[in-house]
Design a protein around this ligand. Structure first.
Ligand code: G3H
Length: 488
């Protein structure tokens, strides 16, 4: 169903079946249906959000912060009651392990709690009066307007909420357009949204993004784009706006995070972190390690241990004990990943685990480890977003630095080593190229209170509890002149 203007609708749109990615090999199991709305319906959702915004004078944008927080807390408590169902839907629909599905849910609740707490600091930053140059000022934070929130399929709940919650708390109104997969978990939330917020403040629709999002943006009624996905899609959406300069974008996009393993590194630690970093949730994370550079002196040992660990990973259904490699939700992904492997091998790479690497069973794709990867190969540059791990030896750090400097992305990097001087130098170089350097550990976004952003094509604006509240608002002030006697 969809939610528009406080009304949960079950008709007026096409419905398409949603199948469990976990059951494709044994015959498709339909979990439910998802709405595919027309351009007219998405425009209705935009109109509902626009009406609730009411040019900034609506009930929600004008409400006191304490009242908005109460709405968000009511929503959080209602969502908590749906925990079991939401986690099961996450597991069945996108193949998250039971532990990861619960982790995503609990992290989302934590994100809401942290955001509510952070508002107090925002209040402190804004409250009270400031005096300077004969002007007394009261600084306030004001909402931006109608926000279009579009999250990704890999964290359909958590990542969407990293924009939705701060947008709401700051007084914006929202249209949520669901991700490609991970849609059914929103169904139990519709009533919770309806019961927690005034009509039109949150509207939830789903449909074929490329057909409906452009026309919705062309209405000129959307003020903010909060999008997590590819830079190509983000650019297509941005150019659709009739007044691009008045359209704020908060974007979290692609990445090609490298791991750099220096010759003094603790190899066992680097192997353990790199396996987790490149293959958690089958490598379908923007923060996954997507290219591993290992120093020539330790490359053989590192690669052997890495392959051994990867071959020990258990592939299966997400509720089975010990499983970490699970079915991929995207039906076209296996063909794409196979193409990357073939291209790399044709350019000199070695598939290190040919018995299992790259094998496809239903929607399962067993992780492939590629060594001796040429920088001409596609997998060295494309964001694979799946279980294919490219490894390349280096002797001269300059080659690695050139790769990072020339990359169109700049999200994170992992640096493994024990020599403080070399590490310090490399950290200084990397910090002007990426936005988080992980020392002797994999790349990751959390804890979510830390800033999450990227350079180049990896992001626009910064997310995190603290930064997102600022991103979804504008700093305004009320100013009064003072005369020489301090009177206004
Ligand atoms: O896909 C991008 C996510 O924000 C990654 O989050 O590092 O916690 O898995 P994570």
């Amino acid at each position: 169903r969809i939610l528009i203007g406080g009304e949960i609708r079950d008709k007026g749109f096409d419905s398409i079946p949603v199948f469990s990615t976990c059951h494709r090999e044994s015959g498709e199991v339909q979990l439910g249906t998802t709405p595919h709305v027309s351009v007219e319906v998405i425009k209705e959702a935009v109109d509902a959000a626009s009406k609730a915004w009411a040019r900034g004078l609506g009930e929600w944008p004008s409400a006191r912060m304490e009242d908005r927080i109460q709405g968000v807390i009511k929503f959080r408590n209602g969502m908590l009651e749906e925990r079991e169902l939401i986690c099961r839907l996450l597991m069945w629909e996108i193949g998250k392990t039971w532990a990861d599905a619960q982790g995503e849910f609990d992290r989302t609740i934590q994100y809401i709690d942290d955001t509510v707490n952070e508002v107090k600091n925002l209040d402190r930053e804004s409250s009270g009066f400031k005096f300077s140059g004969g002007v007394m000022a009261q600084i306030r934070r004001a909402p931006l307007g109608v926000t279009l929130c579009m999250g990704p399929f890999n964290y359909p709940l958590n990542e969407t909420f990293t924009t939705l919650i701060p947008a709401l708390i700051m007084g914006n109104t929202v249209v949520v357009k669901l991700a490609r997969y991970g849609q059914l978990l929103w169904e139990p939330l519709l009533k919770v949204f309806k019961d927690s917020f005034p009509a039109g403040v949150v509207n939830v629709i789903n449909g074929q993004g490329r057909d409906i999002v452009g026309p919705a943006v062309q209405t000129g009624k959307i003020d903010v784009l909060a999008f997590i996905g590819s830079s190509k899609v983000a650019n297509q959406i941005k150019v659709a706006h009739p007044r691009p300069s008045s359209f704020r974008s908060i974007l979290s996009l692609e990445a090609k995070n490298p791991a750099i393993i220096m010759e003094e590194a603790n190899i066992d630690l680097a192997v353990a972190e790199c396996v987790r970093g490149s293959l958690s949730f089958n490598g379908q994370r923007c923060t996954a390690l997507k290219m591993i550079f290992v120093h020539k002196k330790i490359a053989k040992e590192f690669t052997e241990k890495f392959v051994q660990k990867v071959n020990g990973l258990v592939a299966g259904l997400p509720w089975e004990p010990g499983v970490s490699i699970t079915p991929l939700p995207d039906v076209n992904k296996a063909a794409y990943l196979t193409g990357l492997i073939e291209d790399a091998v044709s350019k000199g790479a070695v598939l290190c685990n040919p018995e299992r690497g790259g094998k496809v069973v239903g929607q399962l794709f067993f992780p492939a480890v590629l060594a001796n990867v040429s920088l001409d190969s596609r997998v060295a540059h494309e964001e694979q977003f799946g279980p294919v791990v490219p490894i390349r030896e280096f002797e001269d750090m300059q080659e690695v630095e050139e790769y990072i400097i020339n990359s169109p992305y700049g999200n994170q990097a992992s640096l493994f080593g024990e020599d403080p001087e070399k590490m310090g130098e490399m950290i200084d170089h990397l910090s002007n190229q990426v936005c988080r350097i992980n020392i002797n550990s994999q790349c990751q976004r959390g804890p979510d209170v830390y800033p999450f952003t990227g350079r180049k094509n990896s992001a626009e604006g910064t997310l995190s509890v603290f930064d997102a509240l600022r991103a979804f608002s504008i700093r305004c002030m009320v100013a009064a002149k003072q005369d020489a006697n301090g009177k206004q």
